[in-house]
Design a binder for this molecule. Structure first.
Ligand SMILES: [Zn+2]
Length: 373
């Protein structure tokens, strides 16, 4: 079994001995499994300009009037002195760096000041976003709107949309790509001049087409493994942290940051070397087919960089749901929330008919079992 060390990190050697379908196995034929993942790749490809190169993100501020009757502001009195230009400077310093680093330079949002919107008494985030979209400049690719009031629970802290996928990078007036956040993270009384950036990073993830992972039936974001789940997970461990967790390998594939050639799809016996999912090269994702609408992803997650809040590095397994070729849900499968009980050498666990075993020296074997769980 190969075992190599690169960049100071253990690189997992992965042997996959998939035996295909047996009589009691409900998995589809190998070709069908390959087709499902290929459908996902094909569906993601036209929109990858959103996560490649430079996006111009225009920053708008929506002023919520005193006495607003919009339910999402909940009658809360806080109003912040926010303006587009200082916010754009803040995001350029920190959020642009986050995406530049997690994409290894493939994607860099460029934040510019947009304008300001005065909401009517009954206006909420929808009217804020619509007004910003209507007034955005022709050079903007994304609108990021920030309210000067805080969102009142149970309203979410923000929203975001990947908009309409066009053939090439297109002005936001056509695509309607937007992110919106309430102002709570920009209250200087709480955060001084060092506010959290993770919520903005999460909502901008939606503008790249990413979906949530680790969301409970009650709508809570539970996973500490993904910017698209509990984006505040690093700060939950270290109050000084301001950025979100790192990005799942699957989202990197969807973004075009990991080429399809660096994904192993187990549609038969295969041997692969699995490098860190957030690394710059090597095989970074293993896909294990489950049925016509689901597959498992297996990746090695280091506990450094934006993931230094994780107690240990290890192997993460997620169940991915697909509809019409699009990823619609991602469910972490390692233990309970926050799903940081990553598989360690010596561990073996069954997921949806696959036994994933991590051996001595970081070797991992995935085999099809006779009785899917
Ligand atoms: Zn979200």
């Amino acid at each position: 079994m190969p075992h190599i060390v690169a960049r100071g990190a253990v690189v997992l050697a992965m042997l996959v001995a998939a035996t295909g379908c047996s009589g009691s196995d409900s998995r589809p034929a190998p070709s069908a499994a390959r087709v499902l993942f290929d459908e996902v790749l094909a569906k993601s490809s036209p929109g990858q300009w959103r996560s490649t190169g430079t996006d111009v993100v225009e920053v708008w501020v929506c002023h919520v009037p005193t006495g607003s009757t919009a339910k999402e502001y909940g009658g809360l009195p806080l109003r912040l002195a926010l303006a587009p230009s200082p916010l754009a400077g803040l995001f350029q310093q920190q959020v642009s760096r986050y995406f530049d680093r997690v994409s290894h330079g493939a994607y860099t949002p460029s934040f510019v000041a947009g304008g300001e919107v005065s909401l009517a008494l009954s206006d909420g985030s929808k009217e804020c976003v619509e007004s910003a979209l209507a007034q955005a400049s022709a050079t903007a690719h994304v609108v990021l709107a920030v309210a000067d009031a805080e969102q009142a629970p149970p309203a979410p802290g923000g929203v975001g949309s990947g908009g309409t996928v066009t053939p090439v990078r297109t002005a936001v007036a056509s695509t309607r790509r937007y992110a919106y956040v309430g102002g709570a993270d920009f209250d200087r009384a709480t955060w001084g001049d060092n506010p959290p950036m993770d919520l903005v990073e999460h909502e901008l993830g939606h503008t790249l087409g990413w979906v949530h992972s680790g969301v409970s039936s009650a709508g809570d974001y539970l996973s500490a493994l993904d910017v698209m789940s509990n984006s505040a997970a690093p700060r939950d461990v270290n109050p000084d942290r301001r950025d979100a967790p790192d990005v799942l390998a699957l989202h990197r594939v969807l973004a075009g940051w990991i080429p399809a050639a660096d994904v192993v799809v187990a549609d038969g016996a295969v041997t692969a070397t699995l490098a860190p999912g957030n690394g710059v090269d090597g095989m970074r994702l293993l896909v294990l087919p489950v049925d016509a609408a689901h597959f498992l992803t297996v990746e090695f997650v280091p506990n450094d960089g934006y993931n230094d809040h994780l107690p240990r590095a290890g192997v993460a397994v997620h169940r991915v749901s697909v509809a019409d070729g699009a990823v619609v849900d991602i469910e972490p499968l390692m233990g309970d929330a926050p799903f940081t009980a990553l598989l360690q050498p010596g561990d073996a666990q069954v997921f949806d008919g696959w036994t994933v075993q991590v051996g001595p020296g970081g070797q991992v074997t995935a085999t099809a079992t006779a009785t899917p769980t």
